[in-house]
Design a protein around this ligand. Sequence first.
Ligand SMILES: [Zn+2]
Length: 76
Amino acid sequence: MKCSACYSEMVNKKGEIDLRIGGRLFIVRNVIYEECLSCGEKVLPPEVSEFLFEKIKNEDFIEQIIHVPILDGTYG
Ligand SMILES: [Zn+2]
């Protein structure tokens, strides 16, 4: 598969990704996805994406407190 952003080759990976759905940030572990080696674009296979949306809909997840670095992007 080619990257939709830069048309480079994408590779299969398995690991952790983050998703923003409906204003919430979800961390997804042990998931398979394709990643562009050139620009870092990540794409989930449609069936996996559907599977995850179903889990979110059914609230089939755990909640954990994580520390995320927050930057203030005010410039000039
Ligand atoms: Zn790319």
